[in-house]
Design a protein. Structure first.
Length: 429
């Protein structure tokens, strides 16, 4: 029972909405519901036919503990629906699919709703440690003398909170933020500013073309804000007129003044949710479903957090080789665009014979990925990177793009904060 075929039969996501200095219109569960309702409505089976709901989410807000369960209930999937939330930083949305894949492959389940949801604009403001200690002392103070003594310790900076997202994107072991890890890779592989900017510009142009051609219409579900009547029908961080001149004007964000990583060639801080339906062969036959891809295999890898951006190299390479493929046997790649320098460093590492021998144990270079097979409809630089969602989105979009293009084999892969990488191999059906 541990080798049953597993299929991705459908999926949908919200538009990815760029954070603009304050909480966006939707919480993580709001987003999950916005994407889930139209997806479930177009299925030929009842909502309670699922065996399980799994949702990746990193920045869970206080009002939505275990957002998978809250989303399942709001989606009308029944009070007895088991639902749990996964958290592995940027890999959370892919982990939800991988968990579903393994449950179904082993015969434990037949039909699972797996997703990711993130509202980075709702990331909390956090009190400084000194302020926390002061509030605790004030709470313990008994009588006017003790309260006056505690009050004397009040400092103005106690009222200046820290952005929780900034702390969350800083590695606790190396103390490098994610942008600095991209700078490390840019230095190691010689990725210059002009090359990174050119990649970023291309990402925006590719997404703009995909939107114009209608290639995302069945994937991106319109989101409706019932409070103010706003309608959101596309990824709003895309800049169709992005050019090298405007990108060149931006200052380095993490290593001034000579760094290569800028806001223009980095992924955007964004809100969004994505779901896929994962099914066994028995469920496909029972409900008359039409799969868009078969999930063949998956792989996870760990590495030094200071070079976490190379995670795709360490996990996708053994995944591809274990299944009997060479690099040129992969028709399509989705590699999450955390930073342009990070994606370009992965490409360079695969084509570096010394790196592949020393780190991957290969006889020579793995090969050079053709840009015409990589992120063909843009990526996180142009549409955003809602952390708990992105891994789910790249798997869903890989399946849809393979179907549209007539490709046979594809890999979705991503780097993961903390020094991890995740990859998934799909086969068209």
């Amino acid at each position: 029972m541990n080798d049953r075929p597993v299929y991705l039969v459908d999926g949908a996501r919200t538009p990815f909405l760029k954070a603009r200095g304050g909480p966006g219109p939707f919480t993580p569960v709001d987003l999950a519901v916005q994407a889930g309702r139209p997806l479930l409505m177009r299925q030929p089976f009842a909502r309670d036919a699922f065996d399980l709901v799994i949702l990746g989410c990193v920045n869970v807000i206080a009002d939505e503990m275990n957002p998978a369960r809250v989303a399942a209930l709001r989606l009308g999937m029944g009070e007895d629906m088991v639902a749990f939330t996964t958290q592995i930083n940027c890999g959370s949305g892919m982990q939800s699919i991988d968990t579903a894949f393994r449950y179904i492959r082993e015969g434990k389940q037949d039909l699972i709703l797996a997703g990711g949801a993130e509202a980075l604009s709702h990331a909390p403001l956090v009190l400084r440690q000194g302020a926390v200690e002061w509030f605790a002392e004030m709470n313990r103070a008994r009588g006017p003398v003790a309260q006056a003594r505690a009050m004397a310790g009040l400092r103005p900076d106690f009222f200046k909170p820290v952005i929780g997202l900034e702390r969350g994107l800083t590695d606790p072991i190396t103390t490098l933020n994610m942008g600095q890890t991209a700078e490390v890779l840019a230095h190691r592989f010689g990725i210059d500013r002009k090359t990174a900017d050119a990649y970023a510009m291309d990402s925006h142009h590719r997404l703009a073309k995909a939107q114009e051609e209608g290639w995302l219409d069945d994937e991106v579900m319109t989101a409706f804000d019932s409070e103010d009547g706003e309608v959101y029908d596309h990824d709003d961080g895309v800049r169709p007129d992005n050019d090298m001149e405007s990108l060149a004007k931006l200052s380095p964000a993490f290593e001034k003044p000579y760094g290569q990583v800028t806001p223009g060639n980095s992924s955007q801080i964004t809100d969004g949710a994505s779901w896929v339906i994962v099914a066994s062969e028995a469920a496909v036959k029972e409900h008359g479903l039409k799969p868009i891809a078969r999930i063949v295999d998956s792989e996870w890898a760990g590495l030094d957090p200071s070079v976490m951006g190379l995670g795709p190299v360490l996990c996708a390479t053994p995944l591809v080789m274990r299944n009997g493929y060479a690099l040129d046997g992969i028709d399509l790649w989705e590699l999450n665009e955390a930073f342009a320098a990070q994606v370009l460093s992965c490409i360079a590492a695969w084509n570096d014979a010394d790196f592949c021998r020393d780190i991957l144990g290969l006889e020579g270079a793995f090969g050079l990925i053709d840009r015409d097979r990589l992120n063909v409809d843009g990526g996180a630089i142009s549409l955003g990177h809602p952390v708990g969602t992105s891994g789910n989105r790249i798997v869903l979009h890989l399946a849809n793009a393979m179907k549209r293009r007539g490709d046979k084999i594809g890999v979705a892969t991503e780097c993961i904060g903390g020094g991890l990488g995740g990859a998934m191999l799909l086969e068209a059906v």
